[in-house]
Ligand binder design. Structure first.
Ligand code: ADP
Length: 187
């Protein structure tokens, strides 16, 4: 089963994705974590990605598409995965759709975590204090929300055409949201 978590930065994709992956025994593929690991390890990808991440901009598809291809090709993801943080652009969505279709698979559930902009900003500022992520500064937070609206939000319409997008109100407690997700996917 492939489950895609969509939503603005700060919507709680990471938190809910982790719970979902543990509960369903599926791997969680998180491009943000993979990129941060690449930056920490100073790989070629990490060095190129860092400047975009620090500015709150998307890392170019030329760098991301290969990463996504590799992750989906891993044996652990053969039967399913939780996708967190990608696809984030139309070309990324095409790659995911095509890769799964070639394997006779598809995105079974697309969960859109809905949170108001005010709440997103509040959460990211709070996280900045707790985790010290270098891209949680006021300026990059604003950029990331704009980039989400411009590049990623249009994917909602792309997936909505197929009719399997579920809106999850994501302002309750972590437990309440997890329960709602469980209800939606039926397990
Ligand atoms: P958030 O959703 O909270 O902004 P992420 O951890 O998903 O955080 O991403 C952090 C940064 O990593 C993004 O701002 C972007 O620069 C980069 N990034 C992560 N995933 C992708 C992706 N699929 N395509 C392009 N850039 C990405």
């Amino acid at each position: 089963m492939f489950i895609l978590l969509l939503g603005a930065p700060g919507a709680g994709k990471g938190t809910q994705g982790k719970l979902l992956a543990e509960r369903l025994g599926l791997p969680k593929i998180t491009t943000g974590d993979l990129l941060r690991a690449a930056v920490a390890a100073r790989t070629q990808l990490g060095r190129e990605a860092k400047e975009y991440m620090d500015q709150g901009k998307l890392v170019p598809d030329a760098l991301i598409l290969e990463l996504i291809k590799d992750e989906l090709a891993k044996p652990a993801a053969a039967g399913g995965a939780i996708l967190d943080g990608f696809p984030r652009t139309a070309p990324q969505a095409e790659l995911v759709d095509r890769t799964l279709a070639e394997r006779g698979q598809r995105l079974n559930h697309i969960l859109l975590l809905d949170v108001s902009d005010d709440e997103l900003v509040r959460r990211m500022h709070k996280r900045a204090g707790l985790e010290g992520r270098s891209d949680d500064t006021p300026e990059t937070i604003r950029t990331r929300l704009q980039v989400y609206q411009r590049d990623t939000a249009p994917l909602i319409a792309h997936y909505a055409q197929r009719g399997n997008v579920h809106h999850v109100p994501a302002t309750g407690t972590i437990d309440e949201i997890a329960t709602e997700i469980k209800r939606i996917i039926g397990r």
